[in-house]
Design a protein around this ligand. Structure first.
Ligand SMILES: [Zn+2]
Length: 85
């Protein structure tokens, strides 16, 4: 699993956006317009969560024990450790 934080990136002129892992000091460009993309938000879950799925309703399950929302791609609940599935 990678610990790279995923960002919402935006091109300031066209408003085109991308969701991608990004590192500080690296310039990212829109693949079609070539515009420089600026990070505008971090996407949950925050690094170093082991989940790689953005926090959207379709990517979450409710834990049977603690009733917290946890990533669908995790083997155990990230709050109480109960195995999922
Ligand atoms: Zn739980």
């Amino acid at each position: 699993m990678s610990n790279k934080q995923i960002y919402r990136l935006r091109a300031p002129v066209s408003g085109r956006e991308a969701i991608a892992p990004a590192k500080a000091g690296v310039v990212y460009r829109d693949s079609e317009t070539g515009e420089e993309l600026e990070p505008v938000a971090e996407v949950l879950p925050l690094s170093p969560s082991t989940s790689r799925l953005p926090r959207t309703p379709i990517n979450l399950v409710v834990c049977r024990r603690c009733e917290q929302l946890t990533g669908r791609d995790l083997a155990t609940c990230e709050f109480c450790g109960l195995p999922t599935g």
